[in-house]
Design a protein around this ligand. Structure first.
Ligand code: SDX
Length: 432
């Protein structure tokens, strides 16, 4: 890391602080010594100007709409590789050779089953439990089944836990889906690739053979690639903060799933489809655009806007292309939701409000239409996001654990509560 010095003047104090340069992207001012030198904290609640860590995994240029995983553009990974290759790149840092890819696929495939007792764990839920609630619980419960890979100080156990997480998350997701719709669980089939296996676990039933549609499998595999990692987003930051205390990887991933569930984050794909359904027809779009612009209305266009992308989300372009491929494969050429989505995008991209605030469709805008066409219910959309993002979370968790300078994350605050005051016995307190 190249370092020079930045000069900072705070109140009547001037000081030199280290400036750090990355490979690409903004430099950072290392403020670790600021409190010691000034007695002041920085204040940045949404971390809009704060780098929480050094990372070599993913780089985003929000102004140019660029997304790189270990330097490889998302467009190229999505076009030429499969999801497990992207998992390898995120996890190991390089494109795998043919032998490395075959070994990685083999090892993931042979960790896809979950402990048989997990099936009984699911039966504690009501059938109508939201699948994300089931995922938060069941992933956290993995640490109760796999004690032999929870010692985070042991590199071998970290590797085993990481492979188990990547391999078992689709199985748990399929089990959450089957439980929700009242169908029997389907075991993994080791003769199938990762995404075909997942589709079969979701849609096969014991009473007839199931043939995976390879066009849909390829489309879903590409959707997984698009969702694999995205630098220090809310859920990844949650995983890192949980992991910084030494919590086991399964508990950290469960924390990430909990954060992803929010409609401002991974829950936006479910919320975007519900919004398109509420709009219903193209003629009602202007009313919703007006609501989105109304400061007194909390309504936002779900699937639009991004903290980092102030240009088109590169993933959204590929997502839109995949959406059309899936609808064409399924012979769906009159989906009213797609008509509303495309007209809403066209209007928004020409509206001064959205142009001025640099609000573009993000990855969640077209994913809901695509997943619904594939047969997934709305409550499974964020689960699918979690299946894909698990590799990003585990790669970032491992990078943090293996950072020799890693320490527990413990932010400070600006205190705005009551000043020091003495206790008053209840007999002397006045009724309001
Ligand atoms: C994901 O971080 C990641 O990388 C996340 C993610 C990943 O892969 O991990 O990319 C996945 O979470 C994508 C985002 C999915 N969320 C949504 O689609 C929900 C709708 N979008 C918004 O809630 C919002 O755009 C956020 C949360 C995504 C970003 O919010 P910011 O960066 O905090 O921006 P902001 O709320 O400060 O908005 C800036 C302005 C505001 O207006 P002013 O107060 O300046 O007048 O833009 C407006 C907002 O009101 N605005 C919107 C809007 N998003 C922002 N107005 C209408 N509709 C919207 N969607």
């Amino acid at each position: 890391m190249n370092s020079t010095t930045g000069n900072l003047k705070v109140a009547d104090k001037a000081m030199d602080l280290p400036l750090k340069k990355g490979t690409i992207g903004p430099d950072v001012l290392d403020i670790a010594a600021l409190y010691g030198k000034t007695g002041m904290f920085t204040y940045d609640p949404g971390f809009t100007s704060t780098a929480s860590c050094e990372s070599a995994i993913t780089y985003i240029d929000g102004d140019k709409g660029v997304l790189l995983h270990r330097g490889y553009p998302i467009e190229q990974l999505a076009e030429h590789g499969d999801f497990l290759e992207t998992c390898y790149v995120l996890f190991h840092g390089e494109l795998p050779t043919a032998a490395q890819k075959a070994d990685f696929d083999y090892r993931v495939t042979r960790h896809t089953m979950v402990h048989e007792q997990m099936a009984r764990f699911f039966h504690g839920f009501r059938r109508d439990a939201h699948p994300m609630a089931v995922m938060v619980a069941s992933v956290g419960a993995l640490s109760a089944f796999y004690h032999d890979s929870t010692d985070i100080t042991d590199p071998q156990q970290r590797m085993v836990a990481s492979m188990r997480m990547i391999a078992k998350i689709p199985t748990l997701a399929a089990m959450a889906f089957k439980y929700n719709i009242g169908q029997p669980f389907v075991y993994p089939n080791n003769t199938l690739d990762y995404t075909s296996n997942f589709l079969r676990m979701c849609f096969a039933v014991p009473c007839e053979d199931y043939k995976v549609n390879q066009v849909l499998a390829r489309a879903l595999d590409r959707i997984f690639i698009l969702h694999a990692d995205h630098e220090q987003n809310a859920s990844t930051s949650t995983v890192r903060l949980a992991g910084s205390s030494g919590a086991n990887p399964f508990a950290c991933i469960a924390a990430g799933i909990a954060s992803l569930w929010g409609p401002a984050h991974g829950g936006a794909n479910e919320a975007a489809l519900k919004m398109l359904g509420e709009i219903g027809t193209v003629d009602r779009i202007p009313h919703y655009i007006a609501r989105a612009k109304d400061k007194n209305d909390s309504f936002r266009l779900m699937g639009f806007g991004h903290r980092v992308y102030k240009n088109y989300d590169p993933r959204a372009k590929i997502m839109q292309k995949t959406c059309h491929e899936v609808l064409a494969e399924l012979g769906i050429n009159d989906d009213p939701l797609l008509d509303v989505a495309m007209e809403l995008e066209r209007i928004a991209l020409h509206d001064d409000y959205f142009i001025e605030k640099k609000l573009y469709p993000n990855i969640d805008f077209y994913s809901g239409i695509t997943l619904k066409a594939m047969g997934f219910p709305t409550n499974m959309f964020t689960v699918l996001f979690a299946v894909a993002r698990t590799v990003g979370w585990i790669a970032q968790w491992r990078e943090m654990i293996e950072d020799p300078h890693q320490k527990i994350g413990r932010p400070r605050q600006l205190y705005v509560g009551a000043p020091k005051r003495d206790y008053v016995p209840i007999s002397k307190r006045r009724e309001a």
